[in-house]
Every structure is written in structure tokens, then in C-alpha cells.
Design a protein around this ligand. Structure first.
Ligand SMILES: [Zn+2]
Ligand SMILES: [Zn+2]
Length: 236
């Protein structure tokens, strides 16, 4: 074990020499996102209901909007429309920079705190939005799982990475128009664990229209989940 850790450290040191790490925003050395730039990343001014897209206090889906086919609430930390946030999330997702899971999860914890929800999620199970196995094999990791693990750690919750599986290979939602997103994601997931009576905290890097979150919530509630929320680093 120690030997493997030593090798990993050595490997990282060599990688750092070959590809020096620098802040994605200001270019300063040593980290992918320096403290200053992290503090300045564009936070969301308000939380949105993932059904009507209007402002939602505490991220809770409106009483008139919530149903067995929707999430019960959604919290996002950063604005995906901001250039720097966009670049940080893209790098996290497509350039395999797993180190960014830490600051992104910290931003989310701060927002949960801002919304006075710190004590709300104590009995929830954390479930990363799954990737299709084909995409995960190609990418080597699921960025939602990395984020989920960091969040679960900070919230002292358990991660269940086996509860739902993506069976349909879909086009990335961000490449589609809003009206096509719902159809693209329909029946994309299948239940592979026991959701009965559980409160579920879905985790993903970005939420846009909310189609993916609501599709998963529908499936989980059909399988008797008690409550389903989604936490995302950014809102598009
Ligand atoms: Zn910086
Ligand atoms: Zn609403």
C-alpha cells in the first residue's frame, strides 16, 4: 500500500514537471483554481424551481409544481453562464482534472449553508447521476461520482453509486434544444437498487433544464423513494 502511494506521489511529481499546474482563471502556479479566483467565481443569486424555472426560496420546488414526476428541490452553487465557471466545469469534466471536485463541492456546501439547509439533508443518501458505461469507460471516471464523494464526506452521508444505472446512450443534454432534452433523456435510466423509503440527494456537475433530474426523480419515486433533491455545482 505504502509502496503504491509512493509510486503515485512520484508519478504526480513527474506529471507536475511535465505539465505545470496553473490556475484556470488567473494563471498563477500550483493549483487549478487559486483561493482568490475561487472566492470570486460567480455565485447564483437565487435558486430556481426545476419545473417552472422561476425563483424558488430554499431551492424547494413550488407547491404547485412538485409532483411524482419531479424533484422536490434543487440547489446549485455557481452560474454556468459565467465564463470562468464554464471553463472550470469543462476542465473538470473533459480534461479529467479530478482535483476540481474539492473547490466545486466547497462552493456547494457554502450554498447549502446560505439556504439554511445544512441540517436538512442529515438522513439523505447521496446518488451521483450515472453516466452510460460506454461514456464512463471512454472518460475513465464519472465526474458526478467524484463530486458526490466529496459532498458526502463533508455532509457525513453515504454514497450509493449502484441505485440507478443509465441504460440508454443519450446525446449530451447541453447540445440539445430545451424541447428535445426531455425526449432525449426519457427512460434513459433503470433502477438497480432499493429506493424504497429513502430520501435521495442526486449530485451532478451542471443542471440546465432539469429534465435529467426530473426523469431520475420520476423513476426513484415510482420505486417508492420518499423525497428526491438534486445538488449541482452550477446552473446553466
Ligand atoms: Zn487564480
Ligand atoms: Zn415552480
Amino acid at each position: 500500500m505504502k509502496y503504491a502511494e509512493g509510486l503515485k506521489k512520484l508519478g504526480n511529481a513527474i506529471l507536475d514537471l511535465l505539465f505545470p499546474i496553473s490556475c484556470l482563471v488567473c494563471g498563477s502556479d500550483g493549483t487549478y483554481l487559486c483561493e482568490k479566483c475561487f472566492a470570486k467565481l460567480a455565485r447564483l443569486e437565487k435558486q430556481e424551481c426545476l419545473v417552472c424555472q422561476k425563483s424558488a426560496p430554499y431551492g424547494k420546488t413550488h407547491m404547485d409544481c412538485v409532483s411524482k414526476n419531479t424533484v422536490d428541490g434543487s440547489i446549485a452553487a455557481l452560474s454556468y453562464k459565467d465564463r470562468d465557471v464554464f471553463s472550470v466545469i469543462r476542465t473538470f469534466k473533459y480534461n479529467f482534472v479530478s482535483d476540481l471536485a474539492r473547490p466545486l463541492s466547497t462552493a456547494l456546501i457554502q450554498e447549502i449553508h446560505n439556504q439554511n439547509l445544512s441540517d436538512y439533508f442529515t438522513d439523505f443518501t447521496v446518488v451521483p447521476v450515472p453516466l452510460h458505461s460506454r461514456r464512463q469507460n471512454w472518460r475513465g471516471f464519472n465526474q458526478a461520482l467524484l463530486l458526490a464523494e466529496k459532498l458526502a464526506d463533508k455532509l457525513s452521508l453515504q454514497v450509493d453509486n449502484k441505485l440507478v444505472t443509465r441504460k440508454k446512450f443519450t446525446q449530451p443534454q447541453t447540445t440539445l434544444k430545451a424541447e428535445d432534452r426531455k425526449r432525449n433523456i426519457e427512460n434513459a435510466f433503470t433502477i438497480t437498487g432499493d429506493a424504497a423509503n429513502k430520501k435521495i440527494l442526486l449530485v451532478d456537475d451542471v443542471v440546465t433544464s432539469g429534465s435529467t433530474a426530473n426523469e431520475l426523480a420520476k423513476l426513484l419515486k415510482q420505486n417508492h423513494a420518499k423525497e428526491v433533491w438534486i445538488l449541482t455545482a452550477a446552473h446553466g
